[in-house]
Design a protein around this ligand. Structure first.
Ligand code: CO
Length: 222
């Protein structure tokens, strides 16, 4: 029931004020999240809930199958604002196993406009057909494509002019590719991240990169 939502909201707001009388005053005056989350619209993958982040701690953009379309004004506006104005230092592209968008992209049926939206997933599936065709279990194959899609979106994001110019100006900003398991509630780092050093960090997270760490240490000692 809709009225339950409003009732819950009043209880939540009252609880927050009891815990910390200045909570809303502080939040309304300033938003300074460290993270931008680009995730799937799937209702089972809510960014704040699964990462334990409070209001004000993560800037969120979600669309079907967590895609980075080069001409998506919505995503690009969010990205530019997050990088240039909010100054986030981590961008997380988080997809999930069993993604209905990824499934719809490759099930061979016509769904409508969404088929155009999902084209980048079919491109990834074509590029990696050799590996995917070798997987006989359809669920495992779908989940592998979910991972490959996340990796492709991380790569695509890292090539946008917004990110390229931020890195050129020495902005400390890293992009991470994560996958969430609907079955176990766990997030796995796909270790396909990119950082301002431009390395692809095969097998390592961006923070493990020598160049990234050195810059971080320089910043702290400065
Ligand atoms: Co999904």
């Amino acid at each position: 029931m809709l009225t339950d939502l409003l009732k819950h909201n009043r209880r939540w707001a009252t609880g927050k004020r009891l815990e910390d009388p200045d909570y809303f005053k502080r939040l309304s005056a300033l938003q300074r999240p460290e993270y931008l989350w680009i995730g799937c619209s799937d209702s089972r993958v809510p960014a704040n809930v699964i990462t334990g982040l409070e209001p004000g701690e993560v800037f969120v953009h979600r669309n079907v199958a967590n895609l980075v379309h080069r001409a998506d004004l919505n995503l690009l506006s969010v990205l530019e604002f997050a990088v240039e104005t909010l100054g986030v230092s981590h961008i997380i592209v988080c997809g999930h196993y069993g993604c209905g968008g990824v499934r719809a992209a490759t099930d061979g049926h016509r769904h409508g406009i969404i088929d155009h939206w999902l084209q980048p997933i079919r491109d990834v599936a074509d590029d990696r057909s050799g590996e995917l065709e070798g997987i006989t279990d359809p669920d495992i194959r779908l989940n592998r494509l979910c991972e490959l899609n996340i990796e492709a979106q991380v790569a695509s994001l890292s090539r946008t002019p917004i990110i390229q110019s931020a890195w050129k100006r020495g902005k400390k900003l890293s992009i991470h590719g994560w996958v969430y398991g609907l079955n176990d509630g766990l997030i796995r780092d796909l270790e396909c991240g990119r950082a301002d050093c431009g390395c692809s960090h095969q097998g390592e997270g961006p923070e493990d990169c020598e160049q990234f760490r050195r810059r971080d240490e320089d910043d702290r000692s400065a």
